[in-house]
Design a binder for this molecule. Structure first.
Ligand code: FMN
Length: 193
């Protein structure tokens, strides 16, 4: 028993999570990032909701806060290249959609042409977590694209080239030092729609 073992149990929620692309719009710009922090949060089949954790330092966080919407995509296991393209770099420094085909969905957020599937989401509440924001979202539209088996974080670790895993590890370490400074700095002001 102890905090270490608690951390191992919490790790299960990390490695078995689907790897998703979160795409959002801000005025005439589009951007997307990778996330593994999406979980279901409604028991009512006709009112689907998700809870999604987005780090404040990400450019996508600005897009979501601005538009109050995003599209979440499940990826196929063979789309590991997209994890690097969307998850290793920031849209502040490159146009991540330069070679990506997409349309704008009903929320105005990008919908990738090629993914396992997608759900379009609107923010209905948000909770500050210090270094990240937990967005409660309502799923308003969606579709199955190629289908098949979707990618989990375990799949990424098993199938990505070792140098990619190392690069992700380094990126995580620098993100952790950013988080440590602000993770306990929680703003308890309620979110206003
Ligand atoms: C496998 C993987 C999982 C990730 N999970 C999350 C996550 O759950 N939440 C998050 O905010 N960022 C997550 N990231 C980090 C962002 O995708 C990454 O910082 C991205 O470069 C942000 O891009 P942006 O600045 O254009 O928004 C993950 C990255 C990878 C590669």
């Amino acid at each position: 028993m102890g905090k270490e073992e608690g951390a191992s149990v919490a790790g299960a929620f990390w490695t078995l999570s689907p790897v998703v692309v979160i795409a959002s719009s801000m005025e005439d710009k589009v951007n997307a990032q990778i996330a593994v922090t999406a979980v279901t949060s409604s028991i009512v089949h006709t009112i689907p909701r998700l809870l999604v954790g987005i780090w404040k330092g990400n450019y996508t966080h600005e897009f979501i806060t601005y538009s109050k919407a995003f599209t979440i995509h499940l990826l196929r296991k063979d789309q590991i290249g997209l994890v690097k393209d969307f998850g290793f770099y920031t849209g502040r420094e490159r146009d991540k959609f330069e070679n990506i085909s997409y349309t704008l969905g009903v929320t105005g957020s990008p919908v990738l042409d090629d993914a396992h599937s997608y759900a379009e989401c609107e923010i209905i509440n948000a909770m500050d977590g210090g270094d990240m924001t937990a967005f409660l979202v309502s799923v308003v539209d969606g579709g199955l694209l190629s289908g098949g088996a979707w990618m989990t974080l375990n799949d990424f670790y098993s199938n990505a080239p070792p140098e990619w895993v190392a690069e992700y590890g380094e990126k995580l370490s620098s993100s952790v030092s950013y988080s440590m400074d602000i993770i306990h700095n929680i703003d308890y002001t309620p979110w206003k729609p």
